[in-house]
Write a protein that binds this ligand. Structure first.
Ligand code: NDP
Ligand code: 2IT
Length: 448
């Protein structure tokens, strides 16, 4: 951290105002610490109160979502949308449906999204939303009624040129379909107001695969540029078994790596022969099953109900793809002790600050979430372009653009890091490169 009194005062203000929102404060502190050299170098930021504005969302809405379950009982959930920053484009970011969702989680995700979207090079501001609704164990009809009630409130805040939500944890193709249908019904218009749509009504090829594939394109490029190495022949641990984890596994395997783990919130499986992707997809994608079933079906696999022990498996590369703070200092230490050389984040903020310290102290190549997992929102941006053009691009076209965007993010991060610190500090580089574009746009637009 620099000795800048300006940064110190911003940090103090954040602690006072948001001390009760631990995940949000964690994300803000990490960014402030790493952008210090760029802030110190530009006095216009302090003169215009830029950082004060940067850490304060433009708008935060919370609303009641009342719906009726299959037994006829009324249920009430909390809905949220944070519209964090629109300096470089309409608010853009996913919706999360998970019982742990609260104001702190939504704000941390929205804040990260601002910088991530900037890094893609596409004109997208940052937003995020969701609800503490738990989709697990709910019928399709219940999910539909919840999504309709949620959109009935959300629709007044969003639009294809204002704010364009998408999926995140608990929100996939099924939920986007229900949300889109309700928006169209209320507004009486077809528009690209959501991304992650199915191909039959304006979705983009390669959006489903984009976050996982993008993570691998990014990490392969970083490995190549900074370690003169590749995924070929590497052993890889991947956590989670949702959208990001499944397609990260698929691309890692196609790049010649052996993925030996998968997990969910109950536990993890270890398969020293390499995860069988068809069986993983059958359980998780086709049947919404539990990861334990993998070990029941594959004799070489073992199951443990201690989810965090996944990081005790010896691997060359770890790709956390489940949720925030899933790798703490002790888990990071275990990974390093067992020889890990690379950690790249598919999930948002999966490493605690203590874990990041361990990576840094042990020269682990660290790909931070806002850079490494930007492929999902990047292809969402490409979906918006296709909707505006009323055209659909081929899979190879979208996938090729995704690859270019991810390799550009590595280059931008290395350039920014080299300018202010050390070239292989991809975390500082991503934070500075993402921040500078947004800050330039904010400066140009005056005090808002
Ligand atoms: P999914 O809902 O498809 O899958 C989430 C996976 O993570 C599941 O295996 C789930 O297990 C596990 N998980 C969720 N919450 C927890 C928790 N509190 N503790 C332990 N495990 C948990 O979501 P995605 O794959 O889309 O998202 C995974 C991560 O990637 C998230 O951090 C998300 O923000 C991030 N991300 C997603 C993008 C996208 O395009 N979808 C883009 C960029 C980042 P279980 O089934 O037991 O809940
Ligand atoms: O965290 C993320 O970047 C996402 N969940 C994807 C957001 C999007 O708008 O596609």
């Amino acid at each position: 951290m620099s000795n800048s009194p300006y940064l110190a005062s911003i940090l103090k203000q954040a602690e006072q105002r948001d001390g009760d929102k631990p995940e949000f404060l964690q994300a803000v502190k990490e960014v402030l610490a790493t952008i210090a050299p760029a802030v110190d170098a530009n006095p216009a930021y302090e003169a215009t109160g830029l950082l004060e504005r940067f850490i304060e969302p433009e708008r935060f809405v919370q609303f009641r979502v009342a719906w009726v379950d299959d037994e006829g009982k009324t249920r009430v959930n909390r809905g949220y949308r944070v519209q964090f920053n629109s300096a470089i484009g309409p608010y853009k970011g996913g919706l999360r449906l998970h019982p742990t969702v609260n104001e702190s989680i939504i704000k941390f995700l929205g804040f990260e999204q601002v910088l991530k979207n900037s890094l893609t090079g596409l004109p997208m501001g940052g937003g995020k939303g969701g609800s503490d609704f738990n989709p697990k164990g709910k019928s399709d009809a219940e999910v539909m009624r919840f999504c309709q009630a949620f959109m009935t409130e959300l629709q007044r805040h969003i639009g294809p040129f204002t704010d364009v939500p998408a999926g995140d944890i608990g929100v996939g193709g099924r939920e986007i379909g229900f949300l889109f249908g309700q928006y169209k019904r209320i507004r009486d218009e077809w528009s690209g107001v959501l991304t992650g749509k199915a191909l039959s009504y304006g979705g983009s090829l390669a959006r489903t695969e984009a976050t996982g594939y993008g993570l691998l394109y990014y990490t392969e490029e970083a490995l190549n540029k900074l370690r003169n190495d590749s995924f070929e022949g590497k052993t890889v641990a991947i956590s989670g078994s949702g959208n990001v984890a499944v397609f990260a596994t698929e691309k890692a395997q196609s790049l010649g790596a052996k993925v030996v783990t998968a997990s969910d919130s109950n536990g993890y499986v270890y398969d020293p022969n390499g995860i069988n992707l068809d069986i993983l997809k059958d359980i998780k994608v086709d049947h919404r099953g539990r990861i334990k079933e993998y070990a029941d079906r594959v004799s070489s696999a073992t199951y443990s109900d201690n989810r965090t022990d996944i990081w005790t498996v010896p691997v060359d590369i770890a790709l956390p793809c489940a949720t925030q703070n899933e790798i703490d200092g002790a888990s990071a230490k275990k990974l390093v002790d067992n020889g890990v050389k690379v950690v790249a984040e598919g999930a948002n903020m999966p490493s605690t600050p203590e874990a990041i310290d361990v990576y840094r102290d042990n020269n682990v190549l660290y790909g931070p979430a806002k850079a490494a997992n930007a492929g999902g929102v990047a292809v969402s941006g490409l979906e918006m372009s296709q909707n505006s053009e009323r055209l659909s691009w081929s899979f190879d076209d979208v996938d090729g653009r995704l690859k270019t965007i991810m390799t550009n993010i590595v280059a931008k991060s290395m350039d920014a890091a080299a300018k202010f610190s050390t070239p292989d500090d991809l975390m500082s580089g991503a934070n500075i490169a993402g921040f500078e574009k947004v800050a330039d746009a904010m400066l140009a637009q005056g005090i808002l």
